[in-house]
Design a protein around this ligand. Structure first.
Ligand SMILES: Cc1cc2nc3c(=O)[nH]c(=O)nc-3n(C[C@H](O)[C@H](O)[C@H](O)COP(=O)(O)OP(=O)(O)OC[C@H]3O[C@@H](n4cnc5c(N)ncnc54)[C@H](O)[C@@H]3O)c2cc1C
Length: 456
């Protein structure tokens, strides 16, 4: 339904806006995100928004002149959601980056969309609080982008994804009207839950310009366990055993052998010499050590070696090793990062299936996983000049999605559909759900100007 309108000159109502530019270097910067997909053309222009009024004026003009607009946070997305094509205007929100208020009593933060996730966490830490959704990209991704993608991260298994942290939103609609939804209270059920609808809508229903977010008390204690395994299937089985033992780790991250090799190469560590897969678990809160022992007992039967990291510096180094997985692979080539999800007891079937797909398609697939969520990141690594959206990489991608779905899973657990997963969207949601979603889009954006061709 949402087709890209044909390219035409940018109307003066947009080109005359204060933050508008056609600077080629800037247009190149905002052409795509970190998905590995590069659109064949550059966008028609860029508006650098600094205020809500900038966003209002941009959308009002775009709506009137039927110009497609691509909202953009920090451009770290992995589904080509912020990639912009010919005739499209990028609405860059990264300069709207003020933390407007932190209320330590109510444990909420009020922020503009361009605030970096890590900056919000640093500000919350000054009050003994933290913001739970923590993508591995925490230091480079914006909270607005997190909301638009309903981002997850390492500690979401215990604390929930972005949706669980969003209490209220201010959103500029496609026609420039400003809507506020939700409340600054922990509970609020008046009317339909529009904030949940906008969360994860990938910039296709409105532009988030302010958010009230839930903060949480920083855990009083954290306990860390690392384990190395002879193969990735054993590590996945151990992760499933942790869940079956009814532990709720705040972190349960799996890294396979090829990814460990890339981390070792990039950081000088020696993880791969200890095993062909790695599992990192953290428990936190008042019973952190008690719960760590439950995790330990669940993991030990499957592991080659286990380490209880009592030293906080050692624990942090292990967390950093996991965080460095994607940059380490990106140092080797162009990387397409999937984010399929499966029921947690089927992790081992998924990781062994991924190995089969790699062998059968001849495509290199490295995998990390937020194991406690059943959310895997199979990463296809190709040469820098090789496309990821055609040939064997596309075949491998399709096979991955089919495998995840055949195990009762989903094609995207946290990155969103963007442009990259369009081909498989209807197969997962079904015709009726697709139709309902398109009707919602039509109601909020009748001219289809907001991020056309993405998400639904
Ligand atoms: C190294 C690395 C690690 C990562 N790890 C994780 C991870 O662990 N978990 C995870 O979930 N993701 C992860 N990501 C992906 C990415 O960081 C997230 O998807 C993040 O939420 C994107 O935020 P952004 O500000 O970069 O958004 P962008 O890439 O700029 O945009 C993403 C989408 O949001 C829309 N959008 C952006 N801002 C707004 C707004 N204010 N209003 C409306 N729409 C908007 C865009 O149109 C686009 O559709 C990782 C990425 C990298 C590079």
């Amino acid at each position: 339904m949402t087709t890209t309108p044909p390219a035409r000159p940018v109307p003066e109502a947009l080109a005359g806006l204060p933050g508008f530019t056609r600077d080629p270097a800037e247009l190149e910067r905002v052409r795509t995100d970190r998905s590995g997909y590069v659109p064949p053309t550059r966008p028609a222009g860029l508006v650098r928004a600094r205020t809500v009024e900038d966003v209002v004026r941009t959308l009002r003009a775009a709506h009137e002149h039927r110009v497609p607009v691509v909202p953009r946070g920090a451009g770290t997305g992995l589904a080509a959601g912020a990639s912009a094509r010919e005739g499209e205007i990028v609405l860059d929100l990264h300069r709207m980056n003020r933390i407007l208020r932190i209320d330590p009593v109510e444990q909420i933060a009020v922020v503009e969309p361009g605030v970096l996730n890590a900056d919000l966490n640093a500000a919350a830490a000054e009050h003994g609080l933290f913001y739970a959704p923590d993508p591995a990209s925490t230091s480079i991704c914006s909270v607005g982008g997190n909301i638009a993608t309903n981002a997850g991260g390492m500690r979401c298994a215990k604390y929930g994804v972005t949706r669980e942290a969003v209490l209220a939103l201010t959103v500029v609609l496609a026609d420039g009207r400003v809507l506020t939804t939700g409340a600054g209270t922990v509970k609020a059920v008046t009317g339909y839950d529009l904030k949940a609808l906008f969360t994860g809508s990938e910039g296709t229903l409105g532009v988030v310009v302010e958010a009230v977010l839930r903060l949480r008390p920083a855990p009083v204690a954290t306990a860390t366990v690392a384990a190395w395994f002879r193969d990735v299937g054993s590590a996945a089985a151990a992760a499933s055993a942790v869940i079956a033992a009814r532990a709720t780790p705040s972190v349960l991250e799996l890294v396979d052998g090829p990814t460990l090799g890339a981390i070792d190469l990039a950081t000088g560590s020696a993880h791969r010499s200890r095993g062909e897969a790695f599992l990192l678990a953290q428990t936190d809160g008042f019973g952190a050590e008690l719960e760590r022992d439950v995790v330990l007992r669940a993991i030990e039967p499957f592991a080659e070696s286990v380490l209880v990291a009592d030293d906080p510096a050692e624990a942090e180094a292990l967390v950093q090793a996991r965080r460095s997985a994607i940059p380490s692979l990106e140092a080797l080539g162009r990387v397409s990062i999937g984010d399929v999800g499966v029921p947690r007891h089927r992790l081992a079937e998924m990781v062994t299936g991924l190995r089969r797909i790699a062998e059968e398609t001849g495509v290199e697939i490295c995998t990390v996983a937020h194991a406690a969520d059943g959310n895997l990141h199979p990463m296809i690594v190709v040469d820098r000049d090789e496309p990821i959206t055609e040939g064997p990489p596309k075949l491998a991608l399709g096979r991955m999605f089919e495998l995840a779905r055949s195990l009762g899973g989903t094609l995207t657990g946290e990155h969103g559909v963007g442009l990259l997963k369009q081909d498989w969207f209807t197969a997962e949601v079904g015709e009726l759900s697709r139709e309902v979603q398109h009707r919602i889009k039509q109601a909020l954006d009748p001219h289809g100007i907001l991020n056309p061709g993405k998400a639904v």
